[in-house]
Every structure is written in C-alpha cells, then in structure tokens.
Design a protein around this ligand. Structure first.
Ligand code: NAP
Length: 356
C-alpha cells in the first residue's frame, strides 16, 4: 500500500470536513486504489500538528473537536505554535492543501512546487495573483483547484476536458455566487434589499462583512480562474465588476454599512420592477468572452437557464465549437463545506494516482 503524504493548511469548515473525508477514504477506498493518505501536518493560523510518518486518526478527530470548540491547534494536546506554514515543508514530496482564504500564499506554493511537492487549492487567491504566478502554479498539472469554482461541481474538470480534447471555448457565462443568487431570489419574491442582506448574514451565508460578497470580487476571482484556465492572459484588475452597493458605502465600517442598508432599497426595488415589467429577472451574471470578463447585475429572460435559477444554485455555461447550439451547462449547489471538501479530496486522489 503506497503512502501519500499530505500537509493541510487551514482547519476551518472545509478543512474539518476534508479530514473526515480523507479518513473515510483511507478506510473504505484506499485498498481499492492501493494508496492511503498520511497527514504529516495540519496547520491553522496560530499552530500546527506535525508527524514524520502520519498523524494518527484519533489525533485528527481530536483536532476537529478542538477547532469546533473554537480552539487553536497551537493549544491542542498534540499541537504547538507555528509562525508560518512554509516551515512545515519537508524535503520529501507531499501534497500541500490550501483550504484557507489567505492572501499571498502563491510564492510559498510555487516554491513548494519547485521543490517537487504538489498542490490542491480551495483558496482562490493564489490563482488570482499575477498571471506569471498562475502559470508557475498550474504549469505541468502540479496544482489542482476544482473546489475554487462551483465548490463541489465539476466545473474546472469539465473545462479542462473541453480544452484537452481540442474543443474551442468561445464563452463561459453564468452565476457563480450562491450568496448573490439567494439575495436576488429574495428580491424577486418582494423582499427589500436591506432585509435580504440582513437575513443572509444572520444565516451565515455571507462573509462577516457582506460587502466581501456584495462587491462581486469573489465572483470576479472565479471568472478570472476560468478565463486563465481557458488560456486568457487577464489580470484581476481587467475584470469589470459591478458591486451591489453604492460607492458611498464602500469605506464605512462593517456595522455602519449594515445600519445604512435601507439606502439601497429603493434603487433595487426599481430595478427589480423594471425587469419584471419586461418579463425578465435580475441575476448576477459573469461573462467571459472575447478576451474580456465582465460581472454585473443583468436582466435576463425569466425562462432562460440563468433566469430559471433559484436560490443559491450556481450555473456555469460553456459555449464552445462543439457545444454551440446547445451549450454545455454545469448546475447545482455552489457552496457548502462537505461538497467543497469532496472536490478537494477528488483532486488529492487525482494527484495520488499520478504519484511516482
Ligand atoms: N465554505 C464553502 O462553501 C466554500 C466553497 C468553495 C470554496 N471555499 C474556499 O475554501 C477556503 C476555506 O473556506 P472555509 O469555509 O473552510 O473557511 P474558514 O472556515 O474561515 O477556515 C479557514 C481556515 O484557514 C486558516 N488560516 C487562515 N489563514 C491561515 C494561514 N496564513 N496559515 C494557516 N492557516 C490559516 C484558519 O485558521 P484559524 O482556524 O486559526 O482561523 C481556518 O482554520 C476559502 O478559500 C473559501 O473561499 C469555501
């Protein structure tokens, strides 16, 4: 039985679900493939648990319990403080898994690849730094990143299959944010913008500062990852993004922003009513086409594929040379820790199958 060493950076919602799925894989599927994953490191912001051979399953389960109770790996019985996850990289090849939302990890990940390690990302940010970093990370297939777009949906693998088989991708469009999908469905049902944003935040469906979702930057990163994967040389600053709040609210502190949401109610009510009068509905649409990427509120036909989307579902539509009259669509829930972790595990299995 081969041993595939893994080093996981991040032990939040996705990270905890991933540990459970990796342990399940080792027990139930490893024998079928002839390999098992061995955690050699698990890190959060302040600490880590490390092992030369493998962190035992019991220790990993205790770590999950400690994180769910709000603790840090620095205080875990088997853990200790850690300044920088890069200190955990050993000379022997492993798969580095980034399930954080940290900025600036790309240089460390590129260095890891140069040392012979492989990478799996749920974190979009390393793929959205300069184009050179994207190329250094993805060149040669040493970084897999299915979970970065559409969570567990097979979006990146579908795009790669189209590209690998010589299809020409002409357009990638759709709705890539479950949070904004929910918000627009609520507006369509008559809710005020302020009420819908507060409700989404109370349910934990937005970031603590909802502007992180409402700014459209998360969707812009996903559009950029798709565009770059398709071969376009775009930067994040090239993506045209329409935020879903006024520029006068951009610099407010989060609670001040939350207390002024009503200022947006009227303009959204008008836009929803105007769309309805034209038999249309508003969706937050990403469109990657003709060397450019644009993201914004769009009035689409009610019975189109995008118009028929409800709630937090994602839709990614590939219009290609082969799929031209009837484009190829991937649709389904585009968020959730379990489905996101399953895409990360699937990428891990992909790396393990190429392991020499
Ligand atoms: N949740 C979803 O549905 C979903 C879907 C698709 C993609 N994703 C992506 O998956 C990633 C993880 O999401 P999540 O929901 O699990 O986030 P989360 O619950 O906030 O967890 C993030 C984890 O990363 C750790 N972390 C942050 N910076 C770090 C650093 N510099 N070094 C080591 N650890 C660090 C945090 O440590 P502490 O515990 O010490 O704070 C935490 O354990 C994000 O990039 C997210 O965009 C999530």
């Amino acid at each position: 039985m081969r041993r595939i060493p893994i080093l996981q950076i991040g032990a939040g919602g996705v990270g905890q679900a991933l540990i459970e799925q990796v342990l399940w894989f080792n027990e139930h599927r490893g024998g079928r493939y002839g390999f098992r994953f061995a955690y050699i490191g698990l890190a959060d912001r302040q600490g880590a648990i490390v092992a030369d051979e493998r962190i035992p399953p019991l220790v990993l389960r205790d770590a999950i319990d400690a994180k769910r109770a709000g603790g840090s790996l620095a205080d875990a019985e088997a853990g200790g403080p850690l300044r920088d996850w890069r200190n955990l990289l050993s000379p022997d090849p492993c798969v580095v898994i980034d399930v954080t939302a940290q900025d600036g990890a790309e240089d460390g990940l590129i260095a890891a690849i140069e040392q012979g390690h492989r990478v799996v990302l749920a974190n979009k940010k390393p793929l959205c730094a300069g184009h050179e970093s994207f190329t250094a990370l993805t060149h040669g297939g040493r970084t897999r990143y299915e979970a970065t777009v559409g969570a567990g949906l097979p979006v990146i693998s579908t795009l790669q299959m189209l590209l690998d088989t010589g299809d020409r991708v002409e357009r990638i469009s759709g709705c890539f944010s479950g949070t904004l999908g929910y918000l627009l469905s609520e507006l369509e049902s008559g809710a005020a913008y302020s009420a819908a944003v507060r409700e989404a935040r109370a349910r934990g469906w937005t970031e603590p500062d909802p502007r992180d979702d409402l700014s459209g930057m998360d969707v812009a990163r996903k559009a950029l990852i798709l565009a770059r994967t398709a071969g376009m040389q775009l930067e994040l600053s090239d993506v045209a993004v329409e935020p879903l709040f006024g520029s006068d609210l951009a610099d407010q502190l989060p609670e001040a922003f939350m207390s002024q949401l009503e200022r947006m109610d009227e303009s959204f009510r008008e836009r929803v009513a105007q769309a309805a009068a034209d038999e249309r509905v508003l969706r937050y649409v990403a469109d990657v086409h003709g060397g450019a990427a644009r993201i914004g509120l769009t009035a689409v036909e009610r019975d189109s594929a995008i118009g028929a989307l409800r709630g937090p579902d994602n839709l990614v539509v590939f219009t290609t040379q082969r799929y031209s009259e009837r484009p190829l669509s991937v649709r389904g829930p585009g968020a959730g820790v379990e489905v996101t972790a399953s895409a990360v595990l699937s990428d891990l299995i992909g790396h393990a199958r190429e392991w020499r």
